[in-house]
Design a protein around this ligand. Sequence first.
Ligand code: HEM
Ligand code: HEM
Length: 175
Amino acid sequence: METSTQTYPPLAAWLHWICAVVILWAMISGFALASGALPPAVSAAIPPFNVALTTLLMPVFLLRIAYRASFRMPPPADIPPAKHRLARRAHALLYLLSSLSLASGWLMMERPVDLFGLLTLQPSLEPGAATRALAKLHFASNVLLALLLSAHISAVIQHQRRGRRLLRRMSLLTS
Ligand code: HEM
Ligand code: HEM
């Protein structure tokens, strides 16, 4: 099988890291909020900030998926084919669960979304059984995404430790 030390195109790497920072922030701050452990002032500030930030991420995430479909990436050197197939499936699931968290988050909204004072978007659905079900779906999707992300980050650390320099493939600086 063709293998390579080729890096991701810079735009793909930028989109990966922008999405990673926003998703990790939304995940960690969202669960911290849900745990009830945060001071009241922080608890009040996080929801409007996160809702605006993740709404803005939606077009960026769509661009990421569309751009990803436009190029092929050879497997990293020294990865057995079965492991590479597993990684590809895990990556597809990461795209799917991230999309589900974004879509369910948007659709469960029962109040207008203020995009940092620039624009106000009205919710898509009337408050009711559907928005409540979508909130449950949002929670379930977030839990599954958190588990898969832990596996993703652990896998990258393990490969790095074994000398397979995956982070270099996702570098922002090289092409
Ligand atoms: C500290 C956090 C993270 C690190 C260190 C990391 C690292 C990496 C690296 C090195 C790759 C390239 C794998 C390869 O060589 O093929 C990769 C790919 C990928 N990462 Fe992450 N990542 C992180 C967070 C995230 C997050 C939050 C997401 C959210 C969905 C994510 C989704 C993906 C996906 C979907 C791919 C596959 C790219 C493709 O080929 O389309 N990563 N990540
Ligand atoms: C990948 C994107 C997203 C991630 C990782 C994420 C993560 C989370 C997490 C971990 C929670 C707390 C647990 C829960 O109730 O599910 C949460 C709650 C919430 N999310 Fe998201 N979310 C995302 C996208 C969105 C979007 C796009 C919206 C709306 C535009 C949204 C709106 C909300 C709201 C309103 C809450 C409840 C906060 C409160 O208690 O007031 N989320 N999110």
